[in-house]
Write a protein that binds this ligand. Structure first.
Ligand code: TYD
Length: 342
């Protein structure tokens, strides 16, 4: 297939581009605005590949999207382009609605007009909101509670409307917390790994007992590809790793792998509106023939090793724009933080 992947220079997008190119049947156009978390270094190994083209541009720009879809005779779109970090959405929500809702709308419309045959929206389990017990199913009520998850929910609703209104063959994936190489170090796992390598404190929000279901980026991309080829048009598919852990336990495992002491842990002021727990029921996707393959402890260890062995990748990021962000987000928090020695 000739596939347009948006946000292909980001974390999940870059792994997906590499995976699609490996399948040998697909060619890929990567449209990425290269904002703060987009990084062509993530795809250095596929630059110059015969079936790969990169275009710098914004999914909100209808002219660019229309041209790409027409010139490259795109058959499928996978929308990975998004603003994704909850903490940023709390301090600067505006860009989230723009990219995650308006951008999704532009892509949908250009893809529909061009007669694209599959449109996969890469979404998140956060649209269901906090799930105190049990697990979210695809038809559960959406209850997003941060500007980030609300924007993703808005995008999902637009995507669904294209199925109901136009019969446009859309699919939605809702992945759980994803970890792996090349993740921008604002997110929990890479922030904690890189801070620990530098003997810097690890800021655990609140009591550290928030729970997430951790999914390897390799499993996540496998699931997206599976849905692209086998999903029912109009369908929504949860993707989870089946690895529910408390944040404090994940932090402990990271410290263990690196041989660093628990005295690096700090309890810090909580995130406003912090969702206590996410959990997804993946039986629909399992019935379609997908299941995760990477055991969490193995995947996390390999991820920690990757950051230890690719310091030039994250040190460049952490010494740039990131410093102002880190100070804004963590300066006061860490000053007031409480060490946790056990
Ligand atoms: P994050 O990676 O931001 O993903 P999400 O909020 O989308 O699930 O955070 C994962 C969990 O880790 C979440 O419960 C918030 C928590 N967290 C911290 O305790 N400290 C931090 O510095 C960060 C970034 C996250």
């Amino acid at each position: 297939m000739r596939i347009l992947v948006t946000g292909g220079a980001g974390f999940i997008g870059s792994h997906l581009v590499r995976r699609l190119l490996a399948s040998e049947q697909d060619s890929v156009v990567n449209l990425d605005a290269l904002r703060y978390s987009g990084n062509l270094g993530n795809l250095a190994d596929v630059t110059g590949h015969a079936r790969y083209v990169f275009v710098q541009g914004d999914i909100c720009d209808a002219t660019t999207v229309e041209r790409i879809v027409r010139e490259h005779r795109i058959e499928a779109v996978i929308n990975c382009a998004a603003e994704t970090h909850v903490d940023r959405s709390i301090v600067e929500p505006g860009g989230f609605a723009r990219t995650d809702v308006v951008g999704t709308g532009v892509l949908l419309e250009e893809a529909r007009k061009a007669g694209v045959s599959r449109f996969v929206q890469v979404s998140t389990d956060e649209v269901y909101g906090s799930v105190e017990v049990g697990s979210s199913r695809e038809d559960d009520r959406l209850d997003p509670r941060s500007p980030y998850s609300a924007s993703k929910a808005g995008g999902d609703l637009l995507v669904r409307s294209y199925w109901a209104t136009y019969g446009f063959p859309v699919l939605i994936t809702r992945g759980s917390n994803t970890y792996g190489p090349n993740q921008y170090p604002e997110k929990f796992v890479p922030l904690f790994v890189t801070n620990a390598i530098d003997d810097q404190p690890l800021p655990l929000y609140g009591d550290g007992r928030y729970r997430r279901d951790w999914l390897s980026v390799f499993d996540h991309c496998g699931a997206i590809e599976h849905v692209l080829h086998h999903g029912e048009p109009g369908g929504i598919y949860n993707i989870g790793g089946g690895n529910e852990r408390e944040n404090i336990a994940v932090a402990g495992t990271i410290l263990n792998h690196l041989g660093k002491p628990p005295t690096l842990l700090r309890f810090v002021q909580d995130r406003p509106g912090h969702d206590r727990r996410y959990a997804v029921d993946c039986s629909r996707l399992r019935a379609l023939g997908w299941s995760p393959t990477v055991p969490f402890e193995t995947g996390l260890r390999a991820t920690v090793d990757w950051y230890r062995d690719h310091q030039e990748w994250w040190r460049k990021i952490k010494s740039g724009e990131f410093r102002a962000y880190y100070e804004q987000m963590y300066g006061k928090r860490l000053k007031d933080g409480i060490p946790c020695a056990s």
